[in-house]
Design a protein around this ligand. Structure first.
Ligand code: SF4
Ligand code: SF4
Length: 204
């Protein structure tokens, strides 16, 4: 019984003259280790706005909000740091693998929880017939890049790439006009594309 007590006393004396094991945070800054999982944030140039990170987030800390007005749409993705559990699933399953990263920032204290967020905004592609959201522009560009020349087998991607190359102007469709074969060269959602194909095959 006496030996452990002597050892503890020795450790107590040694600790009086050695450096403390704890850090002096918040009086001194702390540098987290390299693999530290801190606040996630979007990387604007790498994120395509697909929303896959929101689907895999176990804490439902990522919101995806589409706003469409006058045929123009924007998608806003928001990470709520006050809900985040810093698990890293968003980064692990990110479609581009680089659209969201975990920083080494760990301070989440705030007087206003609405400020504990990280956001990214992307332009949406809207169906020219029904106004349905198809995807983000960046998402379609990313798919086209993956497909290479095969992308030209899809009319929506062909139109997008042609616009990027300056070969065509963004088409404006009169919403009062019924679908017809001219809509083969419109940007359509899958449902409206099916309607046009049926029209082609079977007529009005
Ligand atoms: S690219 Fe990655 S970070 Fe951006 S929305 Fe898709 S999954 Fe989320
Ligand atoms: S780190 Fe985890 S909890 Fe936080 S946003 Fe990403 S997936 Fe959600």
């Amino acid at each position: 019984m006496r030996t452990p007590k002597v050892r503890e006393l020795g450790e107590a004396l040694r600790s009086l003259f050695s450096r403390p094991y704890t850090v002096r945070y918040p009086y001194e800054p702390v540098v987290p280790p390299e693999a530290f999982r801190g606040k996630p944030k979007f990387v604007e140039e790498e994120c395509i706005g697909c929303g896959a990170c929101a689907q895999v987030c176990p804490a439902r800390a990522i919101d995806v909000v589409n706003v469409v007005e006058g045929g123009v749409g924007r998608r806003t993705l928001t990470i709520h740091h006050d809900h985040c559990i810093f698990c890293g699933q968003c980064h692990r399953f990110c479609t581009t693998e680089k659209g969201v990263i975990l920083t080494n920032e760990f301070e989440t204290g705030t007087y206003d929880r609405r400020q504990a967020i990280a956001t990214v905004e992307k332009e949406l592609v809207i169906c020219q017939e029904c106004g349905e959201v198809i995807a983000t522009v960046d998402q379609l560009r990313w798919v086209a890049q993956k497909l290479g020349p095969k992308a030209f087998g899809n009319m929506g991607l062909t139109l997008l790439l042609s616009e990027d190359l300056g070969l065509v102007s963004p088409a404006v469709r009169d919403p009062r006009r019924a679908l017809d074969r001219g809509d083969n060269v419109s940007i359509l959602c899958p449902r409206c594309r099916r309607e046009v194909i049926l029209y082609e095959q079977w007529g009005p």
